[in-house]
Design a protein around this ligand. Sequence first.
Ligand code: NAD
Length: 286
Amino acid sequence: RGKRAFIAGVADDNGYGWAIAKSLAAAGAEILVGTWVPALNIFENSLRRGKFDESRILPDGSLMEITKVYPLDAVYDNPADIPEDVKANKRYSGSSKWTVQEVAESVKQDFGSIDILVHSLANGPEVSKPLLETSRNGYLAAISASSYSFVSLLKHFVPIMNPGGASISLTYIASERIIPGYGGGMSSAKAALESDTLVLAFEAGRKHRIRVNTISAGPLRSRAAKAIGFIDMMIDYSLENAPLQKELTAEEVGNTAAFLASPLASAITGTVVYVDNGLNAMGVGV
Ligand code: NAD
């Protein structure tokens, strides 16, 4: 039987999550996605109205099928965590069962198990503020949405993941090198995500034979990246300074995710894989 993947963090066809879904679908996987609750309506309507049809085309000419779209907010683990104002918010009250635990339960009810878990989401409300000007709440919110969200997803999905399964997250070099502009505690959140990749690789590997890797991706003009405000500069910088002076496509990250999720990578776990045209290897810009 083909593999089944759950990809958290797909709300349009511009980001890494969409590209990973496509690469996994092209390799024969069944695709389930988790979409941020406030973005759910627009995403589902656009899907239904065919707005993404051109981007759904796979290498063999067929269209990627998304078997089911689940509403998800990865900063809440279960209903008891939801604050009153969020509960009352119209964008949230229109959907149900969107906490991490409930989504894992729904996937179990609908499909029984999955093989591949992808975390392609991040959020830092103060990302445009330097770390020195970041509030405690902003910092903790970045960690909650961008780092703990992965711990929580893996924790709740591991029991329904088939042994030999794989999980993948997306990180950024700002965790280990100074990238001015990637603020609000987002650099800290990516450092936590990479460190957790090691510990979770051990724990999920020993307990359930599940692999845990993260892809350190180069700059892509996604919706989230545009919100940070410096994405065009980072793309230009990479074009000028990376060993490979070419555009980085989301597909290249998607293909790496498909490799990491496949039996071809059966001995790879606890690693950070750079998909950035080699920019991370440079010591100076030239
Ligand atoms: P994107 O906008 O396509 O993806 C981010 C997704 O996260 C969005 O769909 C958003 O709705 C979702 N999201 C935000 N908060 C959420 C929450 N609480 N619960 C559920 N979903 C939530 O942008 P992207 O750039 O493709 O981001 C995907 C991943 O790639 C992120 O982890 C990001 O940090 C990482 N990354 C991006 C770049 C880049 O240049 N774009 C570089 C390196 C790493």
